[in-house]
Design a binder for this molecule. Sequence first.
Ligand SMILES: [Zn+2]
Length: 102
Amino acid sequence: MSNERKQTIRQEIISHLENGPLTVRDISQSVSIMEKDVYHHLAFIEKTVRRQKRRIHVEPYYCLHCGFEFKNRKTFKKPGKCPGCKDGRIAPAVFWIVSQSD
Ligand SMILES: [Zn+2]
């Protein structure tokens, strides 16, 4: 993928994230890229919006079985399974862009 195309995709993702909560699947469908590529773009977008005094707000992934929340996760990637009950059914995290004071 060209750098120009990557830039365009990131700008598109940013405008979608400005408009409301999205899961990784929502993002992948809205800009027609693979879900696995979304994580990489999100990490880059996080740096971009920080320079604009904004950040990506995350409603964390959580375990559908016991409700464990994956708070303060260092990555945008979906966890494999729950550390509490070892269940693998994890509800998707939801992302959107907010100003840093929010
Ligand atoms: Zn669990």
